[in-house]
Design a protein around this ligand. Structure first.
Ligand code: FES
Ligand code: FES
Length: 167
């Protein structure tokens, strides 16, 4: 846990975000989603419901998907966070999951997309050849108002194919 800063109530925290050590001084009640967006300037993480329902704010904490609107930034102190900005390769090349979403039109307005990209990245890392049911289950915690989900499901299957081709 970070230390209170000076005489105020802010707490100094250190996170490794997308492979880079980042420091912030935050009130104890600052949500991780707000810390990422407002303190660290990583606005790729979207905030929809702020109640843990929509999944828009999903990031990876030590590789596992978490809803950053349900977590205090201080709880992530000392941990590794991957946001949507960290999914591409070092030269900016899109990850297989990102390529699949682009190829299969797995997005329309894109508001839900960062959350889907993070959750699908973790899903396929854990289970590179998911069944249809496992794909459905894997994305069932993320809501999309635009696509009707079919292209998102296609995108997940295509991402699994691309990853298999590249192995
Ligand atoms: S904004 Fe976090 S789950 Fe909706
Ligand atoms: S693409 Fe618009 S909410 Fe999913």
């Amino acid at each position: 846990m970070g230390e209170p800063v000076g005489g105020g109530t802010d707490i100094a925290i250190t996170l490794t975000v997308n492979g880079v050590v980042r420091r912030a001084e935050v009130p104890g009640r600052r949500l991780l989603s707000d810390c990422l967006r407002h303190d660290l300037g990583l606005t790729g993480t979207h905030v929809g419901c702020e109640h843990g329902v929509c999944g828009c704010c999903t990031v990876l904490l030590d590789g596992e998907p978490v809803r950053s609107c349900l977590m205090f930034a201080v709880t992530a102190d000392g941990h590794a966070v991957t946001t949507v900005e960290g999914l591409a390769g070092p030269g900016g090349e899109l990850s297989p999951v990102q390529r699949a979403f682009a190829e299969c039109h797995g997005l329309q307005c894109g508001f839900c997309t960062p959350g889907f990209l993070c959750v699908v990245t973790a899903l396929l890392r854990e289970n590179p050849v998911p069944t249809e049911e496992e794909v459905l289950e894997g994305v069932s915690g993320n809501l999309c108002r635009c696509t009707g989900y079919q292209n998102i499901l296609r995108s997940v299957r295509r991402a699994a194919e691309i990853m298999a081709e590249e192995r």
